[in-house]
Design a protein around this ligand. Structure first.
Ligand code: COA
Length: 436
């Protein structure tokens, strides 16, 4: 078994050269110690034009700051909260890509990785370490990077699946036992409970669930206590799923592939989630090219994919990555899962969102704000849910769907939306009642 020799983070990052591309592992295992050491080198003027690549990190992201212009250039696969302002201002940049293809950009050499910064669990007696909560595109970086630097951290859970790599995959070792990022769980508001209620009514026994983090997924999950034989095949899961596993509601028995297992590619939650996946053969942390591949997703029955949107127009175009021209997030896995759910036997692609923003703006609009990005097209959308109900737009003509969409808009916005639909579709529009 390879012997580990630890070096300091300062020593480790000396391997990075000007012009290199550095990949960073995601979210809960953001490699902060290495980031700090790299940024210090940048500050000392030792580096130029280093490209930073990641899906989404959490915590400070100094490499995206204006002071490092010409030194570090962020090319993220998703615009997280910690780099949003810098991306909107043009200092950092974003690569639009389906989440399942992030690994492909790396593996097929479109974006050659020179150095990978990762965090892993301590080695087991066979010389294996685990990527824990971030397999996503990080495994592709580990496979292809010239140099892999790993922080060995006892807080990284020993997750199975593709997460398991060997000591031989790593070139340089650094030790740090900082706790993993564990965001507070947002409280569930009344509106989110109502949305959760409408979505939960769509979830059938035996369904395979995909959902992200946040109050709406947690609201939905809190209402599934009497369901049977649910499964999980998702890009991530969080705390809301744990009580359903404990009670046996989530058991994966109805899945066609990975039967009995919960499948994800990255995770973010409280330490309870990280403890849950540690040494747990029920959880498979897999490459994003597997979790998010449409034809893999579609193999499970009744895939119920619950995603959200920033804005939806009255024809069913879904904007999820920008507020007008301002980038807010990314394409992410939305299309991967909406498409996979649509192709799954009995599957249900769902977009669930409040009818209004927290500032009282209707999220259902006559047209998308100029510059808004269509993440999911009219043809991809099936179920649309707000606190005012759930409508299925699949197979519906434009005028029908406008009527259905307006029926679940906030009441204060409906009159303006109906006027806009009338202007757009002409006098026949009002003859269509409730989309029937
Ligand atoms: N007009 C103007 N502002 C709007 C708006 C609209 N239609 N919709 C939202 N906003 C503002 C909100 O007021 C809020 O502003 P604040 O940050 O100043 O409070 C902000 O945009 C975020 O809105 P919110 O509704 O809280 O977003 P969210 O955190 O629920 O995220 C998505 C929603 C769509 C960004 C998120 O689900 C996403 O990134 N999706 C794409 C990727 C994906 O689906 N991946 C698969 C699941 S992980």
């Amino acid at each position: 078994m390879k012997q580990i020799r630890f070096v300091t983070a300062e020593e480790a990052v000396k391997v990075v050269k000007s012009g290199d591309r550095v990949h960073m592992s995601s979210v809960a295992v953001t490699p902060h110690l290495l980031i700090h050491a790299l940024v210090d080198r940048g500050r000392r003027g030792e580096l130029r034009h280093v490209r930073i690549q990641h899906i989404h990190t959490e915590g400070a992201a100094p490499y995206a700051d204006p002071e490092f212009e010409g030194i570090f250039q962020l090319e993220s696969f998703f615009v997280g909260g910690n780099v949003r302002k810098q991306t909107q201002a043009g200092y950092a940049d974003y690569i639009p890509v389906f989440l399942h293809e992030t690994q492909r950009l790396i593996r097929e050499g479109y974006l050659k990785v020179n150095v990978a910064f990762i965090q892993v669990s301590p080695p087991d007696k066979h010389g294996f370490v685990s990527l824990g909560t971030s397999v996503d595109a990080t495994l592709a970086a580990v496979e292809t990077a010239d140099t892999v630097i790993a922080i060995v951290n006892k807080n990284v859970p020993r997750a199975f699946g593709d997460a398991m790599i060997t000591l031989d995959d790593i070139d340089i070792f650094v030790e740090d036992h900082s706790p993993l990022y564990a965001p507070p769980m947002p409280p569930i508001s009344e509106v989110e409970y109502q949305i959760g209620h409408h979505v939960a009514a769509l979830v059938e026994d035996g369904a395979t669930l995909q959902m992200g983090i946040g109050a709406i997924p947690n609201a939905v999950l809190s209402m599934l206590g009497n369901h049977k034989n649910l499964g999980v095949h998702s890009e991530m899961f969080s705390d809301g799923i744990l009580p359903l596993v404990e009670s046996g509601v989530v058991n994966g028995k109805n899945k066609a592939i990975d039967k009995g297992k919960m499948v994800a590619t990255f995770l973010m939650g409280s330490t309870k989630v990280y403890d849950f996946i540690d040494d747990n053969p029920m959880v498979a942390m897999m490459d994003v090219g597997y979790t998010n591949r449409v034809h893999i997703i579609a193999q499970n029955p009744k895939v119920t994919a619950i995603n959200s949107a920033l804005q939806v127009d009255i024809t069913g175009q879904v904007c999820a990555d920008s507020l007008g021209t301002r980038f807010f997030s990314g394409v992410g896995g939305q299309i991967d899962f909406l498409r996979g759910a649509s192709l799954s036997q009995g599957g249900k692609p769902i977009i669930a969102m409040p009818s209004m923003t927290d500032k009282g703006i209707s999220k259902i609009a006559p047209i998308l704000t100029p510059g808004a990005g269509v993440v999911s097209t009219r043809a991809n959308i099936h179920w649309l849910v707000t606190e005012f109900g759930a409508v299925n737009l699949y197979g519906r003509a434009l005028q029908d769907r406008a009527k259905l969409i307006i029926s679940i808009a906030h009441p204060s916005a409906r009159e303006d939306l109906e006027k806009a639909a009338f202007e757009r579709f002409g006098p026949h529009f009002h003859f269509v009642e409730n989309g029937q």
